[in-house]
Design a protein around this ligand. Structure first.
Ligand code: GAE
Ligand code: MG
Ligand code: MG
Length: 389
């Protein structure tokens, strides 16, 4: 089989919070008529410059056209040459590599008439426990709004949440106290995510305040600036709670292992540049004796399905993972979205071929945007994932 063309389609889809995220849907065409689909999810992160989509499409065509899609390892290696790793969490080159690698997996599995799970050695589970995110409180008035989010999502079956913290600790505390008062043991807050906002000492002061309200806390995430391995290690020795951090480069993961910086690796294909890279990171974690969870950038259904296949194949996921993207957006570009039940992300049926989700061309047209240019958004909106007040 040979790749005959690459198509990139940008879409802009609002979240229920009002914040609009731009993603790129990938189509890899082949000479056998099979099309592989992938997703370069959520380009709406800093740095605030955008990719020229036409130029990217031309570049990818020059790499991929005429190639055998089953050469997944070789193609991934070339992708790293073209879009090298940096030590930055939201590196857009990783998003590009991820979308292409998703689509290669979809194409190859469809050609073999199997689901992507079979390419990963099968499944150790069929569903993954996930949590719904509560975006960062900036103002005290947001506490009641977020309590309403918990109420609504609990009704839908999401009983585990994670909380972005660190900007207004009084509001973080007020929220936790309200959750405890209203929901008691019905709701669990599995993680406080500092998203690299504070230095480790300030994070430590906040942790001492916030852990007074342990509502099923499983981990504390990103409680130091990016790549501050020593800071993470200091905190890890101070608190009894496991420390988790995202993996955004192999060098960074190596340093985290060497410097005993974390207990749990938060692994997402989007931030490490593909399913192939994410598997490598998860296996490295396992060899180092660490757990991992599946993180998220809040993907649409294609990206989430890819993660569900991956997550269901990993033996060292023991705690609650994060991908709930399809629940956050007001729309999607597939015929049937991935499903959530009782707070679990269900992997697509193994009888379905490839990633197990089908593009809906009408929806693709509905959400299509001309390019990835930025609207008039502020840095705070980009960091905190909320719309302007
Ligand atoms: O840090 C995290 O765990 C998040 O998921 C973070 O990456 C978010 O900013 C996410 C989003 O777009 O909401 O990417
Ligand atoms: Mg995080
Ligand atoms: Mg994101």
């Amino acid at each position: 089989m040979k790749i005959t063309n690459i198509e990139l389609i940008a879409v802009g889809i609002p979240r229920h919070t009002g914040f609009v995220n731009k993603h790129v849907i990938v189509k890899i065409h082949s000479d056998e008529g099979i099309v592989g689909i992938g997703e370069m999810s959520d380009f709406s992160h800093l740095p605030r410059y955008s990719i020229d989509l036409h130029d990217l499409e031309r570049g990818l065509r020059s790499v991929f056209i005429g190639r055998n899609p089953f050469d997944i390892m070789q193609l991934n290696q070339e992708l790293v040459d073209h879009f090298p790793e940096t030590m930055y969490y939201y590196e857009k080159g990783s998003f590009i590599r991820n979308g292409m690698d998703n689509a290669l997996h979809d194409l190859c599995a469809k050609c073999l008439d199997i689901s992507v799970s079979e390419m990963f050695g099968g499944r150790v589970r069929d569903k993954l426990k996930v949590c719904y995110p509560i975006f960062r409180h900036r103002f005290m008035e947001e506490v009641e709004e977020n309590i309403q989010v918990v109420r609504n999502r609990l009704e839908q079956g999401f009983d585990v949440f994670r909380l972005y913290v660190g900007k207004n600790i009084d509001a973080d505390e007020a929220f936790l106290s309200r959750v405890k008062e209203e929901f008691g043991s019905k709701v669990k807050i599995k993680s406080y995510d500092f998203s690299h906002l504070l230095n480790w000492k300030d994070a430590w002061c906040a942790i001492k305040r916030l852990t007074k309200y342990d509502l099923g806390l499983e981990m504390i995430e990103s409680p130091a600036p990016r790549n501050d391995f020593e800071g993470l290690n200091q905190l890890r020795l101070k608190t009894d709670y496991p420390i988790s951090e995202h993996v955004w480069s192999f060098k960074q993961q190596q340093e985290m292992i060497k410097q005993e910086a974390v207990d749990i690796f938060n692994i997402s294909p989007i931030f490490i540049g593909g399913l192939t890279a994410a598997r490598k990171a998860a296996y490295a974690a396992e060899v180092a004796g660490k757990e991992c969870i599946l993180g998220t950038t809040q993907e649409l259904s294609i990206g989430t399905a890819a993660m569900a296949h991956l997550g269901c194949s990993l033996t060292n996921i023991l705690k609650t993972s994060d991908p709930t993207g399809p629940e956050l957006y007001i729309g999607d570009v597939v015929k049937e979205r991935v499903t959530y039940q009782d707070g679990y992300l269900h992997a697509p049926d193994r009888n379905k071929k490839g990633l197990g989700v089908e593009l809906d061309e009408e929806l693709l047209d509905k959400f299509r945007v001309a390019d990835l240019s930025w609207n008039d958004v502020s840095v705070h909106q980009l960091q905190d994932r909320t719309s302007i007040k």
